[in-house]
Design a protein around this ligand. Sequence first.
Ligand SMILES: Nc1ncnc2c1ncn2[C@@H]1O[C@H](COP(=O)(O)OP(=O)(O)OP(=O)(O)O)[C@@H](O)[C@H]1O
Length: 236
Amino acid sequence: MTTASTPDIKSTRAATSEGVVVGAGLTKHFGTTKALDEVSISVRPGEVVALMGPSGSGKSTLLHVLAGIIPPDAGSVHVRGRRIDDMSERRRSSARLRELGFVFQFGDLVPELSLAENVALPLLLTGSSRRAAMAQATELLAELEIAGVASRRPAEVSGGQAQRAAVARALVHQPAAIFADEPTGALDSVNGDIVLTALLDAARGRGIGLLLVTHDARVAAHADRECILRDGKLAG
Ligand SMILES: Nc1ncnc2c1ncn2[C@@H]1O[C@H](COP(=O)(O)OP(=O)(O)OP(=O)(O)O)[C@@H](O)[C@H]1O
């Protein structure tokens, strides 16, 4: 727990060298609401951290700040040792594209593209050739046991298959970390388990840090560590 108004410099440095994503002393206001209150959090390579807390406690805000989507009012965010919170919007989104992967509750795949094309997107956007990107995407879909539906569009597959494709898209470019916001929240328990297992195995096996926002204690039980937010403060 932070007791001083600024984060301890020594522990911040240590965490920066170990963590793939390190947030230190993060504070964020929306008007008079203090959504984050000096939160320090670090995710190591291959580590799965569950982020829990009641509705409105600041989970999404923390995820957005760590991912460089919104800048904090105070504090810093390092990804693979590089500070991203003070970058220009353009450099931040480029860092986000290369270094981070995202899985949301409702897949958020591009509806006009096939699953394979969706998975290839992060590679195409960072300069891979179409041929190389599609080959890598197809290989990953096979690993996640959905090669048979690779050429279908998201609306033509089951929710579980679409969510596995979203997992593949989040990790195809070997990011430093994946942020998953209720990734199994819209699935039944059988499909939820399949998607969760795929996500955890991929993160641990590839040394990708995983920050998993969830309300579900059974999901959080699979994490290496649980962090609990209450009123914008980290409680555990
Ligand atoms: N864009 C915004 N404008 C104003 N207030 C906001 C904004 N985003 C979040 N808040 C407020 O900040 C606080 C934290 O919200 P946040 O969405 O981070 O919580 P959460 O823990 O993710 O909630 P949930 O579990 O319901 O998704 C809440 O009081 C919320 O109303």
